[in-house]
Write a protein that binds this ligand. Structure first.
Ligand code: KIV
Ligand code: NA
Length: 265
């Protein structure tokens, strides 16, 4: 199958066809999701929690993200690979955003980058898009701003809904190719989706966005902790792995592994 391109995503919106996006942090998951026909893979800075065990996304660095971007790029044969710019790697200005994004594209093999924030980040988006780097924007609840937003809370209720629409329009005008809407009331996400020509990708943003994204470890039950309301769990990979590890342990302790079949004579 051919590589997903940003114009394909725009065409899907024009045709009213929805599409899925998943995070991936390594080659095996990238290969599996690619085979499943997921057209866009996000190497999210959610790797902070899901790979490195941090409490939130703030601590993860470019150096920690890069190996994961490389691994996913190697595994994704058709999917468009988007690399998340971590906290503190783009807020200083267009130059810093370019420096970080060039590393993810050149060293990591990413096809696009994502950054969090509203109209204030239009200069970064414009510089990136103007330098040949497709940019996915991210509005609503933006985890890198957890402390400023006062925790995990729905964003864009009431008057804030209007500002969210304006931010989305500003980022589109700056050259973003898509925008993630996280924890936004469904009617606000619907409005943004109708007003933009670029696709919206919802996570906790209702049914009306052009696409939907989930963190794979939440979606597949690899993350065994508490899950937000918007997560639907499609598998119990954590449970399968727990059982496999337990049975391996039992076999080794009981002497039934390895047997003749798994030994060399
Ligand atoms: O880092 C991440 O996984 C994300 C998605 C949830 C959009 O930003
Ligand atoms: Na992220």
């Amino acid at each position: 199958p051919r590589r997903t391109r940003i114009h394909h995503l725009r065409e899907l919106k024009e045709r009213g066809e929805r599409w899925p996006m998943l995070t991936a942090y390594d080659t095996y998951t990238a290969e599996i999701f690619d085979e499943a026909g997921i057209p866009v893979l996000l190497v999210g800075d959610s790797a902070a929690n899901n790979v490195y065990g941090y409490e939130n996304t703030l601590p993860i660095t470019v150096e920690e993200m890069l190996p994961l971007v490389k691994a996913v790029s190697r595994g994704a044969r058709s999917a468009l690979v988007v690399a998340d710019l971590p906290f503190g790697s783009y807020a200083l200005g267009a130059e810093q955003a370019l420096t970080t994004a060039f590393r993810f594209m050149k060293e990591g093999g990413a096809h696009a980058v994502k950054l969090e924030g509203g109209a204030r980040f239009a200069p970064q988006v414009e510089a990136l898009a103007g330098s040949g780097i497709p940019v996915m924007a991210h509005l609503g609840f933006t985890p890198q701003s957890e402390h400023a937003l006062g925790g995990f809370r729905v964003q864009g209720r009431g008057d804030a809904g209007e500002r969210l629409v304006e931010d989305a329009l500003a980022l589109q005008a700056a050259g973003a190719f898509s925008v993630v809407l996280e924890m936004v009331p469904a009617d606000v996400a619907k409005r943004v989706t109708a007003e933009l020509v670029i696709p919206t990708i919802g996570i906790g943003a209702g049914q009306e966005t052009d696409a939907q994204v989930l963190v794979w470890s939440d979606m597949a039950g690899m993350n065994r902790g508490r899950k937000p309301r918007f997560v639907k769990q499609y598998a119990d990979v954590g449970g399968v792995l727990l059982d496999a590890a337990r049975r391996f342990g039992e076999d080794v302790r009981g002497g039934s592994y390895p047997d003749a079949e798994h030994s060399y004579s």
